[in-house]
Each structure stands twice: as structure tokens, then as C-alpha cells.
Ligand binder design. Structure first.
Ligand code: ZN
Length: 61
């Protein structure tokens, strides 16, 4: 048994804001990707959800 490393742990998933259509869509999409086993897409949805309320989808780099 080894202790879980403090670094490299995934961030807690953001919760969708109830009255936000974008958050609802992202939450829905996130669950679909999770069901598909695509963790990368799940992470993408989390990133976009954290950008509430603007939900800027363009990557800045
Ligand atoms: Zn939102």
C-alpha cells in the first residue's frame, strides 16, 4: 500500500450551475463521455464548466 500522491490528482469535478443552459449541456455531455470511457473528453467538459458563466470554448493557446 502506498499513499496517494498529493500532486497529479485530478481536480474535483465542477457542479453544473442550475440555471445555466451551457452547464446543463456540458453536464449531459460529460456523462455521455464518461459512459463511453473517454476521460479526456470528460476533463474537457470539466474545464469548460469551470469557465462559467462565459464558457469560453476557445483555447487561449
Ligand atoms: Zn454555466
Amino acid at each position: 500500500m502506498e499513499a496517494a500522491p498529493a500532486l497529479g490528482e485530478p481536480l474535483p469535478e465542477p457542479a453544473p450551475v442550475p440555471d445555466c443552459v451551457q452547464c446543463a449541456r456540458l453536464a449531459d455531455e460529460r456523462e455521455r463521455w464518461r459512459a463511453a470511457g473517454d476521460d479526456t473528453r470528460v476533463s474537457d467538459c470539466n474545464v469548460w464548466m469551470r469557465r462559467h458563466p462565459t464558457h469560453e470554448h476557445r483555447v487561449p493557446w
